[in-house]
Design a protein around this ligand. Structure first.
Ligand SMILES: *[C@@H]1O[C@H](CO)[C@@H](O)[C@H](O)[C@H]1NC(C)=O
Ligand SMILES: *[C@@H]1O[C@H](CO)[C@@H](O)[C@H](O)[C@H]1NC(C)=O
Ligand SMILES: *[C@@H]1O[C@H](CO)[C@@H](O)[C@H](O)[C@H]1NC(C)=O
Ligand SMILES: *[C@@H]1O[C@H](CO)[C@@H](O)[C@H](O)[C@H]1NC(C)=O
Ligand SMILES: *[C@@H]1O[C@H](CO)[C@@H](O)[C@H](O)[C@H]1NC(C)=O
Length: 477
């Protein structure tokens, strides 16, 4: 028998979906040695009520998995394709045809944005992408328009907050970085004329990480620290940074340009301020803020935000810091790290884990107890770590309390797992051995790798190629 919903319930449901479902998105990056199958990741998104996802490329394996899911998608063009796409309009047309319109059949993928590059104007890139980015943006938007989808699908550029700065250190001092001001003004006016959003990545964690004198409380949303700017009070750096952009856009002549926060989150390992406790504190405060729809002082109302990140990526560059591989709300294997309430009601519980992930056997690689002189091991540890991921061993990290033997075992195990538990990857000239007893110590997890869906895919496509070949043979006979 169908149960009628009472009016209060209907009201509550409408409120929750209006508040949140259309507000929270997540970033789905794939710089991992062992990928979870895309269909499993899409299941995780659905199980956790995530309605929007931002990708870093347009890999058709990933994008296709989102077909029929009802999830809004931002596909992306990696920086290394910008020159190609800026060089010729026909390249952009091909890109849109292969990576956008192909997916737009009924029951297909709900693509809403094309991200042109990823933080292409980072100072660390020394201007490498300064020239091709804007022409590529124009080409892609034109191709979308010509394909008849430009009204619904907008091209934009996800930018790091370092494209603007404030001489006064307050929001009202906001303006584009001097070396790129004229370019940025042209870009934001172009976005405005196409009704496309400005996408900005804002990281309170990095404010804290980069500046030892940064007031700790100001990185979170619980008060305790504030600044005042032209009579407006700011109690967290997220709002202050966002409103610095609002001031910047105003000065560029586009005060009402739509803003999307493309990345925002807190890592759980790899630095003294990167841990589960602070990540939870950050997200709790952030989701509460999202739920009350207050926005920022200068942009009251709903915020549009993608969390960084959904799942850890163990192949990300650690140039910015060891925390880079630990941004996930979920671990490498799709297991949740901490309790959270995406709806901001404070009912924290573990989010729904990945379903159907297959693990390698429960075996670890550790330092052989027979080895007495451990000073001979150093080169092997270096080798193991530089070919796997030892970011959890560093200062302030989850495995920093291990003794020297523990450190060595950790490095050996990470290398062994990275190499899919290949017997030869647990040798190290006889210094290592395989064990079936869980080698984890305290809070320090010695992981067991998963079966990479990437490997299964490679096998699958090889089988597919053979099958295709046979079909052709039969056709010839
Ligand atoms: C479509 O996107 C994929 C993945 O990002 C890329 O490798 C491919 O070159 C793109 N297609 C075209 C025609 O540019
Ligand atoms: C940028 O310049 C610095 C210093 O000259 C150099 O170390 C770095 O490799 C350069 N980065 C890129 C992406 O070109
Ligand atoms: C341990 O090995 C190192 C490097 O081979 C060597 O210099 C040292 O003498 C050895 N120590 C002992 C106690 O054997
Ligand atoms: C373990 O390794 C980490 C990272 O290399 C290092 O900082 C720490 O001092 C090591 N601990 C011991 C006891 O060797
Ligand atoms: C090993 O132990 C750790 C810490 O107790 C635990 O989290 C992990 O699930 C265990 N691994 C396996 C494969 O049992």
């Amino acid at each position: 028998m169908a149960r009628a919903l009472s009016p209060t319930w209907v009201f509550a449901i409408i409120l929750v979906s209006a508040n949140l479902a259309d507000a929270i998105g997540v970033n789905w990056g794939t710089q991992s040695s062992h990928l979870i199958h895309p269909s499993i990741v899409v299941g995780m998104l659905k199980d956790n009520g995530i309605k929007k996802v931002k990708l870093f490329d347009a890999d058709s394996w990933t994008v296709s998995a989102l077909a029929g899911s009802g999830i809004e998608v931002m596909v992306a063009i990696p920086n290394n394709q910008l020159v190609h796409l800026s060089g010729s309009y026909s390249h952009a047309k091909d890109w849109v045809k292969e990576n956008v319109t192909k997916h737009l059949y009924s029951g297909g993928v709900d693509i809403r944005y094309v991200a042109v590059g990823n933080e292409p104007f980072l100072t660390a890139y020394n201007g490498t992408y300064m020239k091709p980015t804007f022409p590529a943006l124009k080409n892609i938007q034109k191709a979308l328009d010509e394909a008849g989808v430009g009204n619904k699908i907008k091209a934009t550029i996800p930018l790091n907050a370092d494209v603007y700065e404030s001489a006064s250190n307050k929001p009202s001092g906001g303006d584009f970085r001097k070396d790129m001001k004229s370019l940025m003004v042209q870009i934001v006016q172009f976005l405005h004329s196409n009704d496309a959003p400005f996408v900005v990545n804002i990281y309170p964690f990095l404010s804290l990480y980069l500046n030892p004198n940064f007031p700790f409380d100001f990185a979170f949303f619980d008060g305790g620290s504030s600044i005042t700017d032209k009579g407006v009070q700011y109690s967290n750096v997220f709002d202050a940074n966002y409103d610095t952009l609002v001031w910047t856009l105003k000065k560029a002549g586009v005060p009402d340009l739509k803003i999307i926060v493309g990345e925002n989150g807190w890592p759980t390992d790899g630095d003294k301020n990167a841990n589960v406790q602070y990540a939870r504190k950050f997200y709790d405060g952030f989701f509460k803020k999202m739920a009350n729809n207050k926005g920022t002082p200068l942009r009251p109302g709903k915020l549009d935000v993608y969390l960084f990140s959904f799942i850890d990526e163990d192949m990300k560059s650690i140039d910015p810091g060891r925390f880079e591989r630990h941004w996930g709300i979920f671990r490498y294997d799709g297991q949740p790290k901490f309790e959270i309430d995406f709806t901001g009601q404070g009912n924290d519980k573990f989010p729904v884990a990945a379903k159907g992930v297959q693990y390698l056997p429960s075996q670890w690689c550790v330092l052989n107890n027979d080895v007495k002189n451990i000073s001979v091991v150093a080169p092997d540890v270096d080798y193991a770590c530089s070919n796997s991921d030892c970011t959890s061993l560093g200062y302030g990290s989850s495995c920093n309390k291990l003794d020297t033997r523990g450190n060595i075992s950790y490095a050996f195990n990470m290398y062994f797992q990275m190499n899919d538990q290949d017997v030869q990857a647990c040798d190290f000239n006889g210094l290592a051995k395989r064990v079936t007893q869980n080698a984890s110590q305290g809070n320090c997890l010695f992981p067991i790798q998963i079966m990479s869906a990437g490997e299964r895919l490679k096998l699958g496509s090889r089988a597919g190629a053979v099958a295709g070949f046979l079909l052709i043979l039969f056709a010839l006979l």
